[in-house]
Design a protein around this ligand. Structure first.
Ligand code: SF4
Length: 245
């Protein structure tokens, strides 16, 4: 059997994908697939992909998957998990999807402590639809809808979803990671593993991953990594925000 990144090609089926060069989503998707393979739960797993760039790994994966309408992944995941309790249910969502269109579904699923894992790729812009401002866009950041830069008076401040989720009673593990360099990629891998273990033991877990969108930011991949370090991580600090044994 062909191997991809040392794994049997049962989860990641082929090397070609649709992500732009330097995109962070592919790294996160790959880490997730690795962990599912290593935990031996892939046969029992269903990933809920909503709309956006984040689900594009679905086209190169043979994992069980369900498509949700834009923003509705947490609601679909709730129904899926409640009707199929032995299925390991994961949402993978971008920031326009999770923090804008799907804010209500996201918050209420977390508040109910649904037995799901939510992985949130935060690249501070709407990537797939052409680079519009997202709730996570930095102050001063240029986008197609903030051509003079985001300002707090007109557009509000960047929203910190991990801090909001961590403030709720029910979630058992909430953390923020980044994939801008190898060290942080490995930390993200550990975080995803922890989130999946919490899920396996019966709890809600939420992982926010700060990622690069060179296309939406109109930058090179190298410039995107620099932006993450110099700007995004100052607004979205990394670390575990909540952990309940
Ligand atoms: S538009 Fe941005 S988020 Fe979408 S695939 Fe390209 S780099 Fe990734």
């Amino acid at each position: 059997m062909e191997k991809i990144f040392g794994l049997p090609s049962t989860v990641l089926e082929q090397m070609t994908h649709q992500f732009c060069p330097g995109c962070g989503h592919g790294i996160v998707d790959s880490l997730l697939m690795h962990e599912l393979e290593e935990m031996g739960v892939k046969e029992n797993t269903a990933i809920v992909w909503p709309v956006g760039c984040s689900p594009m790994a679905g086209s190169v994966s043979t994992i069980n998957q369900v498509s949700a309408a834009h923003g509705r992944a947490a609601a679909v995941a709730t129904g899926l998990k409640r009707s199929s309790k032995d299925t390991f249910v994961i949402c993978y969502q971008g920031d326009g999807d999770l923090a804008a269109i799907g804010t209500a579904e996201t918050i209420h699923a977390a508040n109910r402590g649904e037995n799901i894992t939510v992985i949130f790729g935060n690249n501070s812009i709407y990537g797939m639809t052409g680079g519009q401002m997202a709730p996570t866009t930095m102050l001063g950041q240029l986008s197609t809808t903030t051509q003079s830069g985001r300002n707090s008076e007109q557009h509000g401040n960047p929203i910190r979803m991990a801090e909001i989720i961590a403030g709720l009673e029910a979630p058992k593990f909430v953390a923020r990671y980044s994939v801008h360099d190898a060290k942080h990629v490995m930390q993200t891998k550990q975080g995803i593993k922890k989130a999946l273990e919490v899920n396996k033991n019966g709890g809600y877990s939420f992982i926010e991953v700060v990622t690069m969108c060179p296309t939406g930011w109109k930058m090179t991949p190298e410039q995107s990594v620099k932006k993450i370090v110099e700007e995004n991580l100052k607004v979205f600090p990394l670390g575990v925000l909540k952990e309940v044994d």
